[in-house]
Write a protein that binds this ligand. Sequence first.
Ligand SMILES: NC(=O)c1ccc[n+]([C@@H]2O[C@H](COP(=O)([O-])OP(=O)(O)OC[C@H]3O[C@@H](n4cnc5c(N)ncnc54)[C@H](O)[C@@H]3O)[C@@H](O)[C@H]2O)c1
Length: 364
Amino acid sequence: MVRAAIIGVGGAGSLHLAAIQQHLSGLVQVVAICDQNPDFRRMVEERRKKNEPWSMGHSIPISYSGPVYESWMKLLAEEKPELVTIATNSDTHAQIITDAVRAGAKFIFCEKPISNCLRDADEAVASCKSHGVVLAVHHERRWEDRHEYAKRLLQSGRLGDIRCVSIVCGGARMGDIGTHMVDWIRDMTGGEFVRVTGFLEPVTEPNPRDQDGSRRLYDPPGYMLLEMNSGIKATVSIQGGVATTPAYFVQCTRGHLFIQEWKASGFWRAFVREEQGPLIGTKEYYAELKQVDVWPADLPERNNAYWAAVAIRELLSGKTRSSGHDARQAYEAVAGAFLSHYRGNMPLRLPLQPEDRTRVQRHA
Ligand SMILES: NC(=O)c1ccc[n+]([C@@H]2O[C@H](COP(=O)([O-])OP(=O)(O)OC[C@H]3O[C@@H](n4cnc5c(N)ncnc54)[C@H](O)[C@@H]3O)[C@@H](O)[C@H]2O)c1
């Protein structure tokens, strides 16, 4: 049995716990959890006495009877877990990764974004590398079967070459969802970002992770224009307001792929034009496009705990589809978008300059 600890047990951390309890019970045992919130620790103690399960923001019941630490340093020193999962807010991710490596962890599963400062992310990734620790960052679209099918279709060449990508989503914030979106672009296109331009919008809604404003988070909606070394350009539009799941549009030389992400009932279609005659007026635009099946119609509906378990199982085999390097590349693009905005929407070359890598973003 792999001895595991979970650090930060809010919405995401309780999902890690549920993933292990529901899907990895013969392989992983959670020996300790840690959260700085005294109300949380009291709640777990009370439920334990009454033998009652609990859940945090999702409907999966959790029963946990092991120790609950206030300090991750104490947990790491006393429990020496082999697997550490991290779901605190982004300002502590990199420090906890580095401390877990020092304490002898072999596998680390960290929530996105990898950090809120690129220099700290780089130090964390380097410390994993030098100690042979496998680090996976939870950009879950890298594991989800529907995105996997879309990726295979794009790679098959059936739609031709990718020209551009556009992603739009609502009810979201740049730092919070931005790395998911740019990581998707990097994964689907197989390229690296070379330039980013960012535009931030005014903040109109309170940040759910800072309801009373005491943490002074700054994570507005916004836009990114990304340029890749392959010449592909991408736009990411992250709106505030009403939550609408991400819609992805990939324009290729012979067709396009459109995904409206919404569990199994989402809209995932690809259309292709096998041949095209000379474009005369609008004639070709109204000729029918051929629809391509992207994935089997009977794919089962899976919840987030299932996909987190897939990611952790893969991590324990010593591999991951979402490495620390992937996560720092995604974070660099988002950090660059913030900096570009502060500099009057100036396009910024990636990788960022050394002095820009030390900037701390106040998202969480
Ligand atoms: N992969 C995904 O799709 C996904 C989904 C939700 C959240 N997340 C990420 O997970 C992280 C947490 O988000 P959340 O929604 O669970 O937030 P949350 O506020 O619900 O939970 C964070 C928890 O960490 C605890 N914590 C914070 N600092 C701590 C510290 N120094 N020591 C111990 N405990 C500490 C808090 O008390 C809280 O319980 C964020 O980085 C977020 O971006 C990822």
